[in-house]
Design a protein. Structure first.
Length: 374
């Protein structure tokens, strides 16, 4: 950045609503622009702190093409054939932990508008975004980079915006004000995604042998977060990861991944690409569903790789319990053959561990396992 640009950015920050209440000096915000990948220059070369240690690199030639996650048609979910769709979902939860859904009811035009406004958000000048930046996970609406920049050993090739969506009227006023149509479009999209998540929760409750309201009750007030992940193109995809291997912490994740591939799931010791299907959503279960199902449903590890041609945007909606919800294996999933694998805990306790460390593969749940003495 040339020094002549600095006053322009300082000026821009003065009009940013979040700076008004901030005590941070303007220099801090200029530092933020430096931290972002989406600032027009950080993605032009791979800096040292983004280089993944040798053993953890993506190894594209080892990616398996012999399996793809199931595609489930939700057209008949609310009709007389419900039971057979629920069974398909059950099988996918048990065997795959990941599936794609089509005929899900979210209007295609709205999906496109959401993707377009997300792109616009990350393509506006960085100073129009940087005022939303925070490294602190307690900040509910925030723009950040990598995963947990204060803990990550190497940085992920990603910036992201995260925002709570439920209850919408409690949070929407803190969402980005730019682009001008952002709140209207993202608000409408969030409502549709909540409706879809509620339908999936009912079906998954039934797949667990519970009444359809089970997850709705367990999730208490519910927690609905929407992220926009932005992965700029990367000059050397072999050295970087868009997002490190992890399992999602919450209940059910519903991802719009656009048409640029990058998502991979871990299956039988190999990484498998999730090829985009136009207008489908990718659904996966988070750690809380693994505990509630007593390990019968899987919260699968996944990651995103980068590419050197096209920026990729994905929009995950994370739907799950509110922090005060109590999570323990459902009675219907525990019997003599399947003794309880996890102790009960408040979701807040799990999230405390989640944010205290770097993003990593499935290790958090180990701390919640019941010692069997074997
Ligand atoms: C996530 C995630 C994958 C993707 O945000 O938790 O796994 O394709 N994203 O962006
Ligand atoms: Ni994830």
């Amino acid at each position: 950045m040339s020094s002549t640009e600095i006053p322009v950015q300082a000026e821009a920050f003065r009009y940013c609503p979040y700076v008004v209440s901030s005590t941070a000096p303007v220099e801090t915000h200029l530092d933020v622009v430096e931290k972002l990948l989406s600032n027009g220059f950080n993605h032009l070369q791979v800096k040292e702190n983004y280089i993944v240690p040798l053993k953890e690199r993506p190894q594209m030639d080892e990616v398996s093409h012999s399996y793809s996650i199931p595609v489930i048609d939700l057209k008949n979910l609310d009709g007389p054939a419900r039971k057979s769709v629920v069974n398909e979902i059950k099988r996918a939860c048990e065997e795959d932990g990941f599936f794609q859904i089509v005929n899900h009811g979210v209007p295609e035009a709205l999906m496109k508008r959401m993707m377009d406004v997300a792109k616009e958000f990350f393509e506006m000048p960085p100073e129009d975004r940087a005022c939303l930046y925070s490294d602190d996970p307690r900040q509910l609406v925030r723009l950040s980079t990598s995963f947990n920049i204060t803990k990550d050993k190497f940085l992920n090739w990603m910036d992201y915006l995260t925002q709570p969506c439920h209850p919408l009227e409690e949070y929407i006023h803190a969402w980005p004000q730019k682009p001008a149509a952002y709140r209207e479009i993202a608000g409408e999209y969030a409502k549709e995604l909540r409706a879809l998540a509620l339908r999936l929760m009912a079906a998954i409750s039934e797949a667990m042998g519970q009444d359809s309201d089970y997850l709705n009750r367990v999730f208490k007030k519910h927690r609905h977060l929407m992220n926009i992940n932005y992965y700029p193109s990367c000059p050397n995809p072999d050295l970087t990861l868009g997002i490190s291997p992890h399992s999602d912490p919450g209940g059910i994740s519903v991802l719009m991944q656009g048409l640029v591939s990058g998502l991979q799931v871990h299956r039988d010791g190999k990484w498998v690409a999730v090829e985009p299907i136009s207008n489908a959503f990718v659904v996966n279960l988070g750690d809380q569903l693994q505990v509630l199902s007593n390990g019968r449903f899987q919260s699968i590890e996944h990651r995103a790789i980068t590419n050197n041609t096209t920026a990729r945007i994905s929009i995950p909606s994370f739907y799950g319990p509110s922090l005060d919800a109590f999570i323990s294996p459902a009675e219907s999933m525990v019997d003599e053959e399947h003794p309880a694998l996890y102790r009960g805990y408040r979701f807040e306790e799990y999230m405390g561990v989640f944010w205290s460390q770097e993003l990593r593969s499935k290790s958090i749940l180990d701390g919640f396992k019941i010692e069997t003495g074997q």
